[in-house]
Design a protein around this ligand. Structure first.
Ligand code: SAH
Ligand code: SF4
Ligand code: F3S
Length: 458
């Protein structure tokens, strides 16, 4: 039934409103969706599990590669059908694609609201303004917004490990990357709010936090009231590690040009700082790295790796790789394969280069590696990845790792799964253990992706 007050969006006038939030992209987006839920709850929204029950459908989007955006266009078509079936459903598009495409997204029939990553505090206002009839948009990027005071409502499944955003934006301008354009300038969050959030999580039973930033090594908080008071990433890591020895601390992403020794020494000092570094290399070729504007060379990258190994002999290293960047020759590609073997990554995220509009690469360098060559090179990278991750896991046979239990294994309720400090997935017979326990497991078998063992009492 409609009346003159709610004919435009009747669902918004109902008592308790249901919101469905779908998230794409990186962990930061997952965290942002939790911030969004926290902002909406005081306005009468509660989370629901399906678009069919939702009064408000939010989709938090990613622009990192073209295929990420294509998936989202596909979802918008599904939402359009849902809106046809149920009048009054509101659809909001959030995140990086909202920031990149702005008004172009508003023109989609499914979309009522477009909100960029720095405008989530405005969401209740944007929703309220819809009752006036028109669509709403806010894609203003901020120099200051860190959502520091907002406690995200956790949507993770296991209740054991969670993510904390410690900074937003990026100043690095890698030539292929859309992130600086859609997330804006880098800014660091007040360390006190980070520690408070980690303490609350620990108090609620969480046993692991991952500190998130596009380049955590450039975390640098300056107290606005006293500019001589500064906190760098090594100090922040220490502050979080000191909360409790039973709280594991992880972080991502490290930048090879910035990762300083002090971070490594801090990691060495605290057993609860996990011995894992995600150190994206992108390419093994100096020519490609220079064109990507990564600001390190193969040699300086390998020196960083050697330092990690020297200070933290049991530290694992993972990476990101892009195949087929502009001008990448066969020799460049072979250098990527060889650096993978040289470092012996335990795992890697591997992508074909996808040109992003308006980035420096899109403006200046032809996307000249043919699609079939990009994909053949990616398969070769994936093949080497399989070999080196198996080799890395085989080195762990016979070793004992402390595993933080995250849940039951996919195959059986008689087995638990968790991760070692090195971030490797470990599966073992459950015994009397439960989620959130620390268990010492001796490794007996492995696959390229999993270590399998049994508990030992130390
Ligand atoms: N800030 C992090 C990673 C951000 S994006 C860093 O500097 O490493 C995650 C990964 O996506 C990148 O490491 C890169 O490997 C990949 N990526 C980014 N832009 C891409 C593009 N245009 N095409 C293909 N992969 C891309
Ligand atoms: Fe993108 Fe480079 Fe910033 Fe990472 S460091 S987000 S790859 S611009
Ligand atoms: Fe994607 Fe934005 Fe993250 S582009 S990878 S969701 S910062």
């Amino acid at each position: 039934m409609t009346n003159k007050y709610c004919s435009v969006k009747p669902a918004l006038n109902a008592g308790l409103r249901q919101v469905f939030i779908e998230t794409y992209g990186c962990q930061m987006n997952v965290n942002d969706s939790e911030v969004v839920l926290s902002i909406l709850q005081p306005h009468g929204y509660s989370l629901c599990n399906s678009i069919k029950e939702a009064d408000l459908i939010l989709i938090n989007t990613c622009s990192i590669r073209d295929n990420a955006e294509q998936r989202i266009w596909g979802r918008l078509d599904i939402f359009r059908l849902e809106k046809k079936k149920r009048k009054g459903v509101v659809v909001g598009i959030l995140g990086c694609m909202a920031e990149r495409l702005k008004e172009d997204l508003l023109n989609h029939t499914a979309v009522d609201i477009v909100a960029g990553p720095d405008s989530y505090r405005e969401l209740p206002q944007l929703i309220a303004s819809l009752t006036g009839g028109g669509k709403q948009i806010n894609t203003i990027l901020s120099q200051e917004e860190t959502y520091a005071d907002i406690s995200p409502v956790r949507m993770d499944k296991n209740g054991v490990s969670s993510y904390i955003s410690i900074m937003r934006g990026c100043n690095n301008m890698c030539t292929y990357c859309v992130v600086p354009y859609v997330r804006g300038a880098e800014r660091s969050r007040d360390p006190k709010s980070i520690v408070k959030e980690a303490e609350e999580l620990f108090g609620n039973g969480y046993r692991e936090v991952t500190l998130l930033g596009q380049n955590v090594d450039s975390y640098n908080w300056v107290n606005p009231e006293n500019p001589t008071e500064k906190t760098d990433f090594a100090r922040l890591l220490e502050m979080v590690a000191l909360i409790d020895p039973k709280l594991r601390v992880r972080f991502s992403t490290s930048h090879p040009k910035d990762m300083g020794d002090s971070v490594l020494y801090t990691m060495a000092m605290y057993p609860n700082i996990c011995k894992h570094v995600h150190l994206p290399v992108q390419s093994g070729s100096d020519a490609v790295l220079a064109k990507m504007n990564r600001k390190y060379t193969r040699e300086s990258y390998l020196r960083r790796v050697a330092k990690i190994r020297e200070v933290l002999p049991d530290c694992s290293i993972s990476t990101d790789i892009i195949t087929g960047f502009c001008g990448e020759s066969e020799e460049d590609h072979l250098e990527t394969l060889s650096i993978m073997r040289e470092v012996g990554y335990y795992t890697a995220y591997m992508f074909q280069y996808s040109e992003r509009p308006n980035t420096k690469a899109a403006r200046h360098y032809p996307d000249d590696v043919p699609a079939e060559v990009k994909s053949r090179r990616l398969s070769e990278v994936i093949q080497v990845h399989g070999e080196i991750s198996l080799a890395s896991n085989q080195k762990d046979l016979g070793k004992v790792f402390e595993v933080l239990v995250e849940g039951y294994s996919k195959r059986s309720k008689a087995e638990l799964t968790g991760r070692s400090s090195q971030n490797k997935v470990v599966v073992f017979p459950a015994g009397n253990h439960k989620v959130g326990d620390y268990v010492n497991v001796k490794i007996e078998r492995c696959t390229p992706a999993t270590l399998i063992g049994t508990e030992i009492i130390k």
